[in-house]
Every structure is written in C-alpha cells, then in structure tokens.
Design a protein around this ligand. Structure first.
Ligand SMILES: *Cc1c(COP(=O)(O)O)cnc(C)c1O
Length: 430
C-alpha cells in the first residue's frame, strides 16, 4: 500500500495551532471570499425563523495562519491540536439563521448568563474525515448525514432550532476543503470533526434559548490502535445509571457526560479505562426495588456488543441493547449491525441483555466476544467485565484473529472509511 506522506500535507517547520496560541491573534483573517451562487439576493442574513441556512451562502474568511501538520505526525495529540479554520452559523429567534462562515478558529465570547453555562444547553457530534488511500488528495467522510441528523435531533431535545441537514453537510465539506492539508495522509490517521451547538443569549432564566450557534472545529488525530486492536477491561457499574426511560440517553447532549466523569475516575481503581453502565429492569424501577435484575446499557461513549454461544446447539447470537431511548444510536453500531446481518453467519439481535445472562455465559465459557463501538475506536474489544465485588466476567480466550467478529468488523469498516473499497457509506468532500 502506498500513502502520500510528505507529499503535500507535510510542510516543514511550523506546528499546528495549539489551542492556547489562538487567543492572541484574532485579526489574522486576510481574505474574504464569497461563494454565493446568487449574488443578487438582497439580505442573506435575514432568513426567517424556522428556515434553514444554506451552504451556498457560506462566506470564507481565510486565515493566513502559516500553520501545517507537524513533520513528525506522532507528535499529534488528540484534542490538543486543531486545524486552523472553523465553521460557525448563528441563529436568533427574531432573525433566524445567519450566513454560515468559515474563519480562523478563535475563542468564544459570551455573556456569563448564557444558558450553555448554567443549564447544559449544549450538544455535540463526533465524526471523522479520512484521506482516501485510493485517490490522492481526496477526503472521505463516513455516513456523514447520520451525524448531521443526530445533531439536529439532539438540538431539538434542547429546544434549539432546526435546519436542513444537507446544508450543514455542504458547509462542513467547504470547511474540509479549506483545511484539506490538515487531513493527515498516513495509515490510521484522520481529521476528527467536532460539530456542536450551544445556547448563547444573555439571560439567566430557565427558558428556551433565543440565540444559538452551531460550530465545527477539527483536530488531526493519530491511529487509535497504532499496533492492532488492544482489548481492555470495563468496570461493570451496577449502582448508577447513565440514562433512564424517558430521559436523554439517545441524545448527544452535554448533560449526559459530565456526571460520568466521577465514575470514570473510580474505574481506574479497578484498572479499567471505562465504565459499562447498567439499568434496572422496568419492574425494579416501578417497584423501587434494589437488587433486581439489571440490564446492560452502554459505556460513556461506546455502544456494546456481546457474542454469545448456545452451549447445547453451538448457535451464536450477537446482541446489542435496543434503541429504546436510553441508548445513543451510534453510527458505528448501526453499521456493525448492517454488516453482520449481511454476513448472515449468526443471529443478530437488538434486545435487552441482563447482567445474569452475561454472568451465566461467562461462567459457562460461552461469552465468546464483547466489544464496544464508536467513531474514535471503531471497535474496542473487551477481555473482562469487572464487578465491584472483584468478580471478573471473562470472554473466551484464544480465539483466532481472523475468526473474531470485532476484528472483522474493524477491517470491513476501516476499508470503507479509507476508500480501500468502494461503498455508498463513504462520501467524498469533492
Ligand atoms: C457518540 C457515542 C457513541 C458512539 O456513536 P458513534 O456514532 O458510533 O460514534 C456511543 N455511545 C455514546 C453514549 C456516545 O456519546
């Protein structure tokens, strides 16, 4: 396989913009380029409330940043290094959506009463852009419409305004074209995209936002697995819930994540990097009972899969909890389900799975595989679930790599993401 390292992306010398270096130079914009398809439109900012913004109205204020990827890509550090441009679109209840702008990444200045600071009026997305391995210079996104739709869905739950998702995708592609050189062209690398939306108006009451903003910032990132998939242990949390029926588990709203950090910290005491949440069965919730059956939910930012074997018949079943409102509907989850259904080699089920059921399989040696799924890792194999009493629920040892569903799904998805095979899930920005 050949990659395009050092051909165009890697100009020597300057490093990427570190977050802190950006505050100093707000006036770096030198060029203003308008790409309006219809120059005759009178007031492009005045979209009526309820309307959408349009990608054809997007304005580019190019930043003369002089930045480039580091020559040594291993210096990239997730979430610290940002590409120079961002996308911003603002909305207000009287003027509707304004014109989308691509401009230099910069700090956000808001009044301290803005609802994002007090009531969690914020939601986000996580997606990636990949340098194509079959067409030099091309940049691919993986099922990006799903992320756009999920952002709109999360914003709706926070009573933030709607928009046309294909228009946001158009704006995103324009941002990626501007920072094309920051999509690292090396195996396993990508440009991580972080769209988010926040309530921004100056008012301290608990009320729907009258102003909001969608922004997209991007960070070049290295491979999640530099040397192949590495399994981890998860702390099985049988006390707390991440989400509950009728709550917000299916939305990527900030309020779902802050309360998980303390548990994440506790997981470290058990040698675990992540927490696997469980949820009491409906009966236990209604009866206020403690000690009833608990069902698997998901990790703080990963959906979960369990490959079970029937001890008598040998029939295998891949189980993931259903999208009942408590589970975030992952793009990776959906893709793995579709792939496995196409393979048609084992039963694929979206159903509740209790801790007891997993315990029975672990004790009987029929818990074949456990893995998580998400954009960052694609799949994350799990070797054991650790209970707080120290009990380990272990998956089967000694499987061959080529037989593992986790390995196969990882390969199938990354082949699509990097354009090694053509597939409708992969979408070029050009
Ligand atoms: C983002 C996220 C996932 C993974 O979703 P993908 O679309 O596959 O990246 C899973 N669970 C939670 C709670 C998440 O926030």
């Amino acid at each position: 396989m050949s990659y395009f390292l050092a051909t165009r992306a890697l100009r020597a010398g300057s490093l990427l913009a570190r977050a802190r270096s950006f505050t100093a130079n707000p006036s770096e914009s030198i060029a203003s380029e308008e790409i309006r398809s219809n120059a005759a439109t009178t007031d492009p900012l005045a979209a009526a409330p309820g309307e959408t913004f349009r990608a054809c109205d997007l304005e580019v204020q190019r930043s003369n940043h002089g930045l480039s990827l580091p020559e040594d890509l291993t210096k990239l550090s997730f979430g610290h290094d940002f590409a120079p441009h961002q996308l911003s679109v603002q909305w207000s209840s009287d003027r509707g959506w304004g014109r989308p702008v691509v401009k230099a990444i910069e700090d956000i200045t808001l009044h301290p009463s803005a609802p994002v600071f007090h009531y969690g009026l914020g939601c986000f997305e996580g997606m990636k852009a990949y340098a194509s391995e079959c067409k030099e210079g091309d940049v691919l996104m993986f099922r990006p419409e799903m992320n756009m739709e999920r952002l709109r869905f999360s914003m709706g739950r926070l009573n933030l305004p709607s928009f046309d998702t294909s228009e946001l995708l158009g704006c995103l592609k324009r941002l990626l074209k501007e920072d094309n050189d920051f999509v690292p062209r090396a195996p396993g690398y990508s440009l991580y995209l972080r769209p988010f939306a926040i309530g921004t108006n100056a008012f301290l009451g608990v009320a729907p936002a009258t102003e909001c903003e969608i922004r997209v910032i991007t960070c070049p990132v290295g491979p999640y697995y530099p040397t192949g998939l590495v399994p981890i242990d998860l702390l099985l949390d049988e006390d707390h819930v991440r989400a509950f029926p009728g709550g917000t588990g299916q939305y990527k709203v900030g309020g779902n994540y802050a309360p998980t950090l303390e548990h994440l910290h506790r997981a470290k005491d058990f040698g675990c990097k992540q927490v696997l949440y469980t949820i009491p069965g409906a009966a236990a919730v209604l009866g206020g009972a403690r000690g009833g059956s608990r069902y698997i939910s998901e990790c703080g930012a990963m959906n979960m899969f369990f490959l079970l074997e029937n001890g008598k018949t040998g029939v295998r079943e891949l189980v993931t909890p259903p999208l009942d409102g408590t589970i975030l509907g992952g793009v990776t989850r959906d893709s793995i389900l579709q792939l496995c259904r196409e393979w048609d080699e084992f039963v694929v089920s979206e159903r509740m799975i209790s801790v007891e059921e997993i315990q029975t399989h672990a004790r009987g040696g029929t818990l074949v595989e456990v893995f998580g799924s998400g954009t960052a890792c694609v799949v994350q194999p799990v070797s054991s679930l650790i209970r707080e009493n120290g009990e380990r629920l272990e998956t089967r040892k000694g499987l061959r790599k080529k037989d593992k569903v986790s390995e196969r799904a990882y390969k199938a998805l990354t082949d699509i993401q990097y354009g090694r095979i053509h597939h409708p899930w992969s979408e070029s920005i050009y």
